[in-house]
Design a protein around this ligand. Structure first.
Ligand code: PGA
Length: 253
């Protein structure tokens, strides 16, 4: 089964309206109408509309970094997935490690977000990954299995709308990328667990991206691993000088 890679930029709480718009134009120009891979960018909420306008005419998907799992209501300061859909958002990032660890998001909350995001007709990218302490205590696979259980709520009609990003917490923003073989082992395990949760067909077709200090000089080695189907890029997605080569990287031979 060939899985089309996804190259995604998580812009987090960075850039100004003008810089995000310019970067979106550069990404669209670099990616053009390229086939064979998918590209998506996740700007902060207040830049979504500007970025959307600057991506127009390209096949770069627009992503949002979070949502609140209610359609509407008295939730001051929160944003519904339906509102995001209405804004032209295509993809929703759920369970990023910064949300899990800095904003204390629980697995239970993440399940609700996955469920409503899909119902609102958005694609959902679920992020999973272990902390350094968990890795050192040999708990990596246990943590992945627990976090991937959130996919239990995905109904068959949404099977082609989900992807997973494996992002070891110790590799995010630290410059410590997982060695390609280390990433491969975790990805293989994620795929095995997904097989148990959603069946072998989904396990074979779902894209599992790697994230954590992906740079132009390590992306090809990561993409060459059999179970690594793309990259979710933070810091290196903030300039076209770094993100451009990542978007065009091919797996190393
Ligand atoms: P990084 O972030 O590439 O800066 O490590 C990745 C992420 O958090 O998605």
């Amino acid at each position: 089964m060939t899985r089309q890679p996804i190259l995604a930029g998580n812009w987090k709480m960075h850039l100004t309206k003008r810089k995000a718009s310019a970067l979106a134009r550069d990404v669209a120009a670099t990616q053009g109408m390229a086939t064979g891979r998918e590209c998506m960018v996740f700007p902060t909420f207040v830049h979504l509309d500007h970025v959307r306008r600057n991506l127009k005419g390209s096949n770069v998907k627009l992503g949002a970094q979070n949502c609140w799992p209610k359609k509407e209501g008295a939730f001051t300061g929160e944003i519904s997935p339906y509102m995001l859909r209405d804004m032209g958002v295509d993809v929703l990032l759920i369970g990023h490690s910064e949300r899990r660890h800095l904003m204390s998001e629980s697995d239970a909350l993440i399940v609700e977000k996955v469920k409503l995001g899909l119902k609102a007709k958005l694609e959902v990218m679920l992020c999973v990954g272990e902390t350094l302490e968990e890795r050192e205590a040999n708990l990596t696979f246990e943590v992945l299995a627990r976090q991937l259980k959130a996919l239990k709520v995905v109904k068959p009609i949404y099977f082609d709308k989900i992807s997973v990003a494996y992002e070891p917490v110790w590799a995010i923003g630290t410059g410590l990328t997982a060695a390609p073989e280390t990433a491969q082992k975790a990805h293989q395990e994620c795929r095995r667990v997904i097989g148990g949760v959603l069946g072998p067909e989904v396990a074979g077709s779902i894209r599992i991206l790697y994230g954590g200090s992906v740079k132009p000089d390590n992306v090809s080695a990561l993409l060459s691993q059999p179970d690594v189907d793309g990259a979710l890029v933070g810091g290196a997605s903030l300039t076209i000088e770094q993100f451009g080569p990542i978007l065009q990287a091919a797996p190393s031979a």
